[in-house]
Design a protein around this ligand. Sequence first.
Ligand code: HAM
Length: 408
Amino acid sequence: MINALKGIKDIFDKQAKLYEKVVRTCEEVAINYGFSFINTPHLELSKLFRRSVGESSDIVGKEMYEFVDKGQNEVCLRPEGTAGVVRAYIEHKFDKSMSVKRWFYHGSMFRYERPQKGRLREFHQFGVESFGTPSVYEDAKLIAMLNTILKKLEIQTRLKINSLGCEKCIGVFKQKFLAFVENKEGFCEDCLRRKEQNVIRILDCKNEHCQELLKNHPKLSECLCEECRQDFSLLKELLIASGISFECDERLVRGLDYYSKTAFEFESDELGAKSAVAGGGRYDRLISYLGGKQGYGVGFAIGIERLMAILELKGQKELRKGIYLCALDEAFIKELFTLSLKLQENKIVHFSHEAKKLAKHLNQADTLGAEVFLCMGEDEAQKQSLFYKNLNTKEEKLIHLKNLEQAL
Ligand code: HAM
């Protein structure tokens, strides 16, 4: 049998419905904000991403699906959407007149990463790119748009923002930060490479020891020029006025090299470890860097599978109902039987009259879709209590029998 490659998945039935729901919601909001659809190729010249995403990024350094085609062109499957859209803006000469263009797109991106929950090798993004507008009002608008999408999907996230400053500010910061890093010993191998290629990338390192070494690092906010400082203040004011909560994160530098000024990420804890469900920022320098006329660009992209995974978990939680009541020992079954009848007067109760191991009972409770798990073993019986576990929140505690009805 020939299977799909590792980290690359078919999407059908329930998953396909979730996929459609996410894309439809994103499209509706994007259209209301004045964006129109653009479709760019999956295959591009590798140098497009080398120049834009940057040699120092993990994406270009380690994760691109690259090959030489039959015409001897070095090509790759797109690892992200922004570079291709900027290329299209320049190729169709919109840069010449600094045209205002607001485009959205969705589709496959490819990164050779280690697959895990919420991290695939072929994944899908919904992204937007806005060209021709230098004002930070556009940045605030995009953040508000992303916030609206997440609100419509009823997904709770935390917003983190930072300003990476313009070329002047980042130059000053890089010098200070390099001097700080050179004074410390013990950074990981990746950070030593980052130091040579693009030192600010060290701020992004997840290694605990490097995080420790970074304590009291020089702050980007202290290196911002007057214009960048004012822009960042206005952005914060606009978000507060729009009722969008955020936190400023001095270490948010994003994993791609093209950003300047505003950078932002929406994060969620739902998928286990903290993970970004969407991210973006301003990339004014990128247009001239890719051969166009100096211009303005800002955008973001959402990880569609990450939102689908959160919606799926939420759906499962919402469907959980009732109590699973059980015992680890035959000796307690009779007492629990009478308790189950009492609880059943106004609650859904799945009573197990078989004594089994805890793991087996938990499995059964999960299969039945119960929300609350109650169990009596010897320890609990001695204390006239029940072991309580909420299968949604994973909260565990002991509840005394006389407090049970109130606790439930
Ligand atoms: P990014 O932060 O690399 O930004 O990706 C955006 C989102 O794609 C992430 O927040 C995450 O939800 C999702 N994502 C990334 N890698 C994976 C993966 N391996 N598996 C599943 N989901 C993933 C960009 O790509 C920029 N182009 C965003 C942008 C647009 N900036 C300006 N305009």
